[in-house]
Design a protein around this ligand. Structure first.
Ligand code: HAM
Length: 404
């Protein structure tokens, strides 16, 4: 074991894993551009209040999972546990609402949560998130879910899209009350954590993974039965649009999400192979206003890049690799040929090992080279190179007139 280890839950990304990670990220970025999302780059650090106010004081993230510390002046700052809070802070601070009637923003980068590390769960992980500010129309919720569906389909990742509505300021309090009453009556069947949650954040009990709690909340009152007219219509319309788009989804009345800012629509894409959430999001119609901006409904989602990359099983295709293999005193010519080939857009490695042609071709094989570009005295004198296909063994003389 080497003397220095990375911090627990913080990982290095390289090789094949990184290729998959970049492939997944690029595919999502391309998709977001097709929907006309614009990128925003936000800081990794924010003042702690940004997260406390948006994600919610009573959430697990804020209570237990933040990397928070005091700066040299004694102000509390935190590594971002997610992107929405920072984007909303940036939207309000930079008055982005004044620029366009509505904004469609996306971001990508590392997030930090002090959770117990396990498969697909890290303390530093990466998200790509997308947020739409302005419209209240369920059409936008539908388009966000459509995006999620398209991302998963194009990556060939099997997942179930779960949808729910958790209502708004006018209808949720009555539901909370009904749920609290119900939970009080079955206190003895709840786990320790849920006993604590019950008072502060009763909705969270609904998605507890402990079997006894799951069983206990089976017959709990459902938010869907408490939705006000506006939320009910919103939810109905959303489902209608999803049907129009032929997007398969499952209505999960117990889906509540672990962040407090949500209103109305919430959704998650849950992996069919592993029981983990891959993409999650929803509406948050009050957050911009609560963070000091004008009343601005919003909806968004975030993709867990490690999780999607882990489940992406296809081989990432790359451009064929060329290797210029000099033999004899022709390094200047080899350098030149490599330059010419790269200027043609080819991926080119120049052999850094000297030795017999045989040794160098062995090296080329180990590096996964598809075409060896052989250059010796004869090639240099004649102004050509010999292209060797490493798969078929075929050789070809390629003429060109170098102007050294
Ligand atoms: P979230 O559900 O907390 O939502 O996280 C979104 C996704 O990030 C998860 O579905 C998962 O794929 C990934 N993720 C979360 N924690 C970890 C972890 N410890 N290790 C690896 N991956 C993880 C949000 O963050 C919201 N901001 C989403 C959103 C955007 N809602 C509206 N707009």
């Amino acid at each position: 074991m080497s003397e220095f280890q990375s911090v627990r839950g913080f990982h290095d990304l390289f090789g094949e894993d990184l290729k998959k990670f970049r492939h997944v990220s690029n595919l999502i970025r391309e998709k977001l551009k097709l929907y006309n999302f614009e990128e925003i780059v936000i800081p990794v650090l924010e003042y702690l209040e940004v997260f406390q106010r948006s994600i919610g004081e009573a959430t697990d993230i804020v209570q237990k999972e933040m990397f928070a510390f005091q700066d040299r002046k004694g102000r509390w700052i935190a590594l971002r546990p997610e992107g929405t809070a920072g984007v909303v802070r940036a939207y309000v601070q930079n008055r982005l609402y004044a620029l366009k009637p509505y904004a469609k923003l996306f971001y990508e980068g590392p997030m930090f949560r002090h959770e117990r590390p396990q498969a697909g769960r890290y303390r530093q992980f990466h998200q790509i998130g997308a947020e739409v500010f302005g419209p209240l129309d369920p059409l936008v919720d539908a388009e966000m879910i459509q995006l999620v569906y398209e991302i998963l389909s194009e990556l060939n990742i099997k997942a179930t899209i779960e949808v729910n509505s958790i209502g708004c300021k006018s209808c949720r309090p009555a539901y909370r009350e009904a749920l609290s009453l119900y939970l009080n009556a079955l206190e003895r069947r709840l786990c320790e954590v849920c006993l604590d949650r019950k008072g502060r954040n009763p909705l969270r009990v609904l998605d507890c993974k402990v079997p006894t709690c799951k069983e206990a909340v089976k017959d709990a009152p459902k938010m869907l039965d408490f939705l006000c007219k506006e939320c009910g219509e919103h939810h109905f319309k959303l489902k209608e649009y999803l049907n129009t788009l032929s997007i398969p989804y499952r209505e999960n009345p117990n889906l509540v999400r672990g962040l407090d800012y949500y209103t109305k629509t919430v959704f998650e894409a849950v992996s069919a192979d592993m029981n983990i959430t891959l993409i999650a999001g929803g509406r948050y119609d009050y957050l911009v206003e609560e963070m000091g901006g004008p009343p601005t409904p919003a909806v968004g989602f975030a993709v867990g890049l490690e999780r999607l990359s882990m489940l992406f099983k296809e081989h990432v295709r790359e451009e064929p690799l060329y290797m210029v293999v000099p033999f004899g005193d022709v390094l200047d010519y080899a350098l030149f040929i490599a330059k010419v080939l790269r200027s043609e857009g080819k991926r080119v490695e120049l052999s850094y090992r000297r030795g017999s042609l045989k040794k160098q071709l062995e090296l080329a094989n180990r590096l996964g080279v598809r075409y060896a570009v052989l250059v010796g005295e004869e090639e240099k004198a004649g102004g050509f190179y010999t292209l060797k296909d490493m798969e078929t063994g075929e050789q070809l003389r390629v003429e060109f007139s170098p102007s050294l």
